[in-house]
Structures are given as structure tokens and as C-alpha cells.
Design a protein around this ligand. Structure first.
Ligand SMILES: Cc1ncc(COP(=O)(O)O)c(C=O)c1O
Length: 397
């Protein structure tokens, strides 16, 4: 059942993709039209205020971004949310807390997002750093084995654990109960970091029970619909002194003589870097001002997307699946799953070929290795899904 008709919010992106079926909302979500006005507002603020625009940005714009993120995640302390151009900057800043330590032990999984994977692979070249990857390959089919292995490993006093809320290469998601169980098994001294990029603004996530314990990373260019430039991290309260630090981490310092000791803000701003393009904050704020004013909550968005996903599974022609020998990486009830559905092909070549053929017929999906991902979002409706399934039927060998 459709509770609202959201396509009207996306007229410009829909026009830009006329004649195409864009089912890659998980990769690049369309932006609501209002983001264009927000971008222009940023330009106008620059023109009217020049250097003084930073007063507005720090005094008003960033506060609103933090508040929207806190509301989406049901957090009480927006000041414990730090912003950056991307999440990679924030995770490396987090790692810099340990710079100079004789030994660093990190626990992670085998299926983390590409930039984190690349980063920790590079770190394994440093003899003082030990990284243990728990096998999460079979998590889509066997949740227990992965979670049990994590819990066993957690006994080994790691400095940091870094895992995904929703895996980028399958869409499989940790439930709140599973997260709580993992946190209950985590020693006090271990920093717990959850990569929430594919969960944020998609799955109704309540971080309130974990506030003050969990580092949570997310950003703006997927389900948050504001585009690039809005990486964020939820930070537990503490006297954080990351070694990789920029002048934004100590706002008050600008008019003072430099101190001998580097000072840090007492909230999440301690993790700030330096000058960044703030226009993403304007776009992000405009989207969530709009949605919240229409009572379009994450729960409502999730229900809308779930309805499209279930319709897709109902109408998906078996001939298409069989002709490409695709294996679904999700359980058909989609009880708690990300907003994209992943199918594994037998080989990279098969997956590439399948994606190319779909692309040639104006069906836009994406791929990670031999895994094809179909993503669903607010700018599609039931008739788009039915049309997608009819086209897939025609394309089956
Ligand atoms: C799980 C996950 N984390 C993070 C990111 C983005 O990271 P960054 O903001 O560092 O570019 C993505 C992007 O696709 C992702 O899928």
C-alpha cells in the first residue's frame, strides 16, 4: 500500500533519467528537487557573507545537520556527532588515536567496504599492527557462525572492532538485538565502531541504547539523499585527542596565541578536520526539513521500500534468474535487510555481461565483483518495479 506519492519530489532527476529504470538507489540515490535550491542558497550565502558565512555555517547549518542525524538515529546528543567530507577521513582520524602505541589490535570482518578494506590491508604491512578478520562470507545464510566467532574473538582484548551494520556486498544487516549482544561481549576498553553507511536513513535504527558506547559512521550520498560531502561519526563522550587533527577541532583557538599543548573541543568536534565544502550540509538539511515536515519518517520510507522489494521478488521472472544462474543473497521474507537485493553470478565475467546487457536496455543497476545489486528507493513506484520485471523477462535467454 502506498501511503504517499514521493515521486513528485524528484522531478529533475527523473527527467535526467527519462526512459531509464534506475534501480541503483543504494549506490547513488536520486536527490529531491529541493536540494537544487539548497545548493543555490549556499552560493547566495557566499555572495552575501563571504568570510562571515562560516558564522552561519557553524552557528546554524552544522547544528541543524547534527540535529537531523541525531533524530534519524534517535540520539539525544547531537553535539556528539562530527562531520567530515567522507567517512574514510573519520575512520583514519579514529585510528590516529592509537598513533605511537607499541601494539595495535584490530578486529574486523572479511566483507567490509572497499576503502576500509584497503586501509587495513595496508596497515597489516606494519609489524606492530595485528588485524584479525572474522569470516563473514556466509553471514547472508548463516548469521550465527559469524556472530559466535566475533564473540569468541572479542575475548582477546582488541583495541578496536570495526564491522558493518549492513554489508555493502550483500545487504545483510545486523539487528539491534545482535548489536546489543556483541556490545555486551565487548570489553570496556575496546572501541566499537559500526559502519552504518548502508543502514543510515534506510533501516529504522535506534542507537539510543548504545549512545555513549558506540562509534557509528555514515554519510549523505546514499539514502540520506543530500549527495557528497556529509560524512559523519557518532562519538561517545570522552577526552578524545586524535593525532591526525585539523584547526576545526579547536574552534576557539583561532583568536588565541598557539598553546604549547594542542587543545581539543570537549564534544565530537574534537574529531573535526579542516576546511571543507559545506554545500552538502545545506542539501542534506533541505531534504530532511522537507521530509520531516511531511511526516516522512525512516519507518515510512522503509515500509515503502520493503513493499517495492517484496513486489519485485513476487514478479521477478524465474527465467531471468535461471538464465544467468543467479543466487540470491537474502532470505525471501526480507525481515531485516538493507535497501538493495544482491544476486551472485557464477563468475565475474557473467556478472559483467549481465550488467552490460541490462545497461544496454536502459536498466541501471550496479555490481560488486560477481554480485549484482538492485537498489530500491522513494523515487520508484510499483509500476516501475512491474516494468522492471517485465523487461527482465524479455531479456532472459
Ligand atoms: C559500507 C560503506 N561504508 C562507507 C562508504 C562510503 O565511504 P566514504 O564516505 O569514505 O567514501 C560506502 C560507500 O559505498 C559503503 O558502502
Amino acid at each position: 500500500m502506498t501511503l504517499f506519492n514521493p515521486k513528485d519530489f524528484y522531478t529533475r532527476f527523473l527527467k535526467g533519467h527519462e526512459g531509464k529504470l534506475h534501480f541503483a538507489a543504494h549506490s547513488h540515490h536520486f536527490w529531491p528537487d529541493i536540494t537544487r535550491e539548497a545548493q543555490l542558497q549556499y552560493w547566495d550565502d557566499c555572495a552575501h557573507l563571504s568570510d562571515e558565512k562560516w558564522g552561519k555555517i557553524f552557528g546554524e547549518v552544522i547544528g541543524k545537520t547534527q540535529k537531523h542525524i541525531a533524530d534519524i538515529l534517535k540520539l539525544k546528543h547531537p553535539e556528539q556527532i562530527v562531520l567530515a567530507p567522507n567517512t574514510h577521513e573519520l575512520s583514519t582520524r579514529l585510528l590516529s588515536l592509537f598513533l605511537g602505541k607499541k601494539e595495535l589490535k584490530i578486529l574486523t570482518s572479511t566483507n567490509e567496504f572497499l576503502s576500509w578494506r584497503r586501509q587495513f590491508l595496508r596497515l597489516t604491512e606494519i609489524p606492530e599492527i595485528q588485524i584479525h578478520q572474522v569470516d563473514s562470507t556466509y553471514f547472508p545464510h548463516d548469521r550465527k557462525a559469524y556472530l559466535d566467532n566475533l564473540k569468541i574473538e572479542l575475548k582477546n582484548n582488541y583495541d578496536l572492532i570495526f564491522i558493518s551494520q549492513v554489508f555493502f556486498d550483500s545487504g545483510t544487516a545486523l539487528t539491534d538485538a545482535e548489536l546489543k549482544d556483541l556490545l555486551d561481549h565487548t570489553p570496556e576498553a575496546t572501541l566499537f565502531v559500526l559502519d552504518g553507511y548502508h543502514g543510515f536513513a534506510a533501516l529504522p535504527t535506534n542507537l539510543a541504547p548504545f549512545e555513549g558506547r558506540l562509534f557509528y559512521l555514515g554519510g549523505g550520498y546514499k539514502y540520506a539523499q543530500g549527495g557528497e560531502g556529509v560524512g559523519f561519526m557518532v562519538v561517545p563522550k570522552g577526552d578524545w585527542r586524535p593525532a591526525y587533527t585539523g584547526w576545526f577541532a579547536e574552534q576557539a583557538q583561532i583568536s588565541k596565541k598557539p598553546d604549547v599543548k594542542v587543545g581539543y573541543a570537549s564534544d565530537a568536534m574534537a574529531f573535526m578536520g579542516a576546511t571543507q565544502d559545506p554545500s552538502g550540509f545545506y542539501r542534506f538539511n533541505a531534504v530532511w526539513d522537507l521530509f520531516f515536515s511531511h511526516n516522512i519518517t525512516i519507518e515510512a520510507i522503509h515500509a515503502y521500500v520493503l513493499n517495492l522489494q517484496l513486489l519485485f521478488l513476487k514478479e521477478l521472472p524465474i527465467s531471468f534468474i535461471q538464465s544467468w544462474s543467479l543466487k540470491p543473497l537474502f532470505s525471501p521474507d526480507l525481515l531485516w535487510h538493507g535497501h538493495f537485493l544482491t544476486f551472485e553470478a557464477d563468475s565475474l565475467e557473467d556478472a559483467q555481461k549481465c550488467q552490460e546487457i541490462l545497461h544496454k536496455h536502459h536498466i541501471l543497476i550496479d555490481r560488486r565483483g560477481n554480485r549484482l545489486r538492485f537498489g530500491f528507493g522513494l523515487y520508484q513506484n510499483e509500476s516501475d518495479v512491474s516494468q522492471l520485471c517485465r523487461s527482465l523477462k524479455n531479456l532472459a535467454n
